[in-house]
Design a protein around this ligand. Sequence first.
Ligand code: ATP
Ligand code: SF4
Ligand code: MG
Length: 339
Amino acid sequence: MIGAPVLEISDLTVDYGLGEQAVRAVRSVDLTLHRGEVLGLAGESGSGKSTLAYAMLRLLPPPGVIRSGTVTYHPGAGAPVDVLTLSPAALRRLRWAEVSIVFQGAMNSLNPVHTVAMQLCDVLAAHRPGTTGAGRRRRARELLDLVGISADRLDAYPHQLSGGMRQRVMIAMALALEPRVVVLDEPTTALDVVVQRQILAQLRALRADVGFSVLFITHDLSLLVEFADRIAIMYGGRIVETAPAADLYRDSLHPYSTGLLSSFPALRGPRRERVGIPGSPPDLRNMPTGCTFHPRCPRAFDPCAVSVPELAVPADDAGPGRTVACWLHAERVRRGALS
Ligand code: ATP
Ligand code: SF4
Ligand code: MG
């Protein structure tokens, strides 16, 4: 059961660079992560997924600049805070103890000269100074168990582990302090499909046991269809559709989502034709007018090249919890106010 909001992103806009040189990578994004949910964020390479995740935790590398927006974090107790205006000390506390992130390609960021146990125990020692060495080792073993690694790997060095295992160790580190939110940016790239599925299945089970929320970023929509509760689709820096995972799979509303879904084999039901999406993602320096997907959209019509469709509840009755940014589903078009 999905609970109240934990993290609410509102009107977030991010540029790389300043002035004339600036490129806008995230455009006025609204997105909410709820308590106990696995929210998937999907979109082609360059759509702004990582930029959004890093900006919301103020981890954006230069020349990234947040141009507008708020990111409201709702703690378990106490008043909500805006992550974007927190003091550096409060931000550090939030990042470790409340919201943790596993970066894209994180498996290569383990320290090569320290064992898995040392690295896990270091995190615990730094943030739980009251714990004993034996207690930390016990917890490290427990954490490895949580991510499906047997305790006999505790004293292994990173190079003695497969890529999939290193990635799991990173996830164990992210879970070490029992955060309320875990952000996983493409944590399974370059791993085989079996490992990807195992990791996601474990996270889903953990979410049920431990009760945290997960923002899972990937361009593999098939994984999200299977393991996420809700999915947000990103294109050219905007969220173009959000929906419960099953609804998106059964009946996607945005033609871009439909294109992404048709790029992988059907999980169940009748076979779909694998078509993919013609053309390439938009050039951020030279964005198309109106709906930025219009040059690639098989259903584009009159308003599409002229006006930007807002992300809104669809005019058609598509079920609860859905939003879409497409003129095909806009109330104004339905009413004939715009043709
Ligand atoms: P991927 O699936 O490949 O990880 P993504 O959706 O995470 O892609 P981002 O990495 O957020 O996309 O990049 C969004 C856009 O911002 C891209 O067009 C990228 O070229 C641009 N970008 C990212 N980092 C920088 C940078 N340091 N300077 C300039 N532009 C950047
Ligand atoms: Fe296609 Fe128009 Fe919808 Fe954009 S607004 S996705 S171009 S139909
Ligand atoms: Mg990325």
